[in-house]
Design a binder for this molecule. Structure first.
Ligand code: GLP
Length: 262
């Protein structure tokens, strides 16, 4: 596991965007580059950097196919808190990606299980995901894989914990009851099947999750800890998120992947 520690949120986002741009540009195979994407406040700065790079002609998304991590059940596309709306508003509407290259789980599907199976099949039809970018919840969840979701789980229907509904209620008028209780989500196994996973973690409120992810054992209590078993996982984080790491751990990663030691 590679951990790249940046001083603040802005530098973390810049580093992550450049990493993605390099991956797209270095992709020489005769098939589209397949990119997995998250929602949430964390990736917004990365999307801003990617939009700018696209406008400046530094990267094109014409040959990129995307798969989003998750979607709330029961929110139509035009609901301003649906992840479909979020992704178009914050990213897709501002870059040169063809609409048919965008894949987002449909939380309004009549048969939700069939929708999840279709999604897995479609990912497989492209030969899998080249790079999956993700964020994490304060309880260490990746996508909507709450604590104790199997680390080999596939795309499926997920019940959200009360904690997650409380945290996400900031987007639903601060009312946890108005926050959808169910979502569709790629599985931890789906994410880990990707050729590369890039996890973004910033801020003091994620420090406990990051410590469990890096220093704790692999456990479904902290689903992001599954990345310890991935042979090409990169965590891009800021200093604030490192607040609960041991000094030794912090210095180790600064030594190998950063510019300075404390
Ligand atoms: C939601 C999403 C996750 C995201 C998490 C953290 O639960 N399903 O994919 O990582 O929120 O969001 P934020 O980046 O706003 O802290």
């Amino acid at each position: 596991m590679k951990v790249v520690i940046q001083k603040d949120y802005e530098s973390m986002c810049e580093w992550a965007a450049n990493h993605i741009i390099d991956a797209i540009k270095n992709h020489k195979e005769d098939r589209p580059f397949v990119l997995g994407l998250p929602t949430g406040s964390t990736p917004v700065g990365v999307y801003k950097n990617l939009i700018k790079a696209n406008r400046d002609g530094k990267v094109s998304f014409m040959n990129v196919v995307t798969f989003n991590m998750d979607e709330y059940v029961g929110l139509p596309h035009d609901h301003d808190q649906s992840y479909w709306y979020f992704m178009h508003d914050n990213f897709f509407d501002h870059i040169d990606i063809p609409a048919e290259n965008i894949n987002i789980l449909n939380g309004m599907a009549e048969d939700l299980e069939a929708e999840c199976a279709r999604y897995e099949d479609k990912i497989a039809s492209y030969g899998g995901i080249d790079l999956f970018m993700g964020g994490c919840g304060v309880d260490g969840h990746i996508a909507f894989n709450e604590p104790y979701t199997s680390l080999t789980s596939r795309t499926g229907v997920r019940a959200l914990t009360e904690d997650t509904r409380i945290v996400n209620s900031r987007f639903f008028g601060n009312d946890p009851e108005a926050t959808p209780p169910t979502a569709l989500s790629v599985g931890v196994g789906t994410v880990c099947d990707s050729r590369e996973v890039l996890l973004l973690v910033n801020g003091h409120n994620k420090a406990r999750a990051l410590a469990h992810c890096i220093e704790g054992g692999v456990s479904s209590k902290w689903t992001i800890s599954a990345l310890q078993l991935h042979n090409n996982a990169v965590i891009a984080c800021d200093d604030a998120a490192c607040g609960e790491l041991k000094l030794d751990t912090y210095n180790y990663f600064r030594d190998i992947y950063g510019e300075e030691r404390l």
